[in-house]
Design a protein around this ligand. Structure first.
Ligand code: SF4
Ligand code: SF4
Length: 61
């Protein structure tokens, strides 16, 4: 099971994760990243994790 954690203290709302995710799991809500898609759709590419400039996203299996 995939778990996506976003550190809201670190997130600067840049939207890089929104653009990076191939299955569109993220949206910017109130200037912070939020998972609004179905986590089960995650293909574990880790693009979000590697693209986030402040290391706010952690993907665990
Ligand atoms: S690991 Fe890939 S598919 Fe999963 S949330 Fe991140 S960018 Fe999207
Ligand atoms: S890439 Fe990182 S800092 Fe930018 S919106 Fe996503 S979680 Fe926030």
């Amino acid at each position: 099971m995939v778990k996506i954690e976003i550190d809201f203290e670190k997130c600067i709302g840049c939207g890089a994760c929104v653009n990076a995710c191939p299955v569109s799991l993220y949206e910017i809500v109130d200037e912070k990243s939020k998972v609004t898609g179905n986590v089960d759709d995650c293909v574990l590419c880790r693009a979000c994790e590697t693209t986030c400039p402040v290391g706010a996203i952690t993907i665990t299996e």
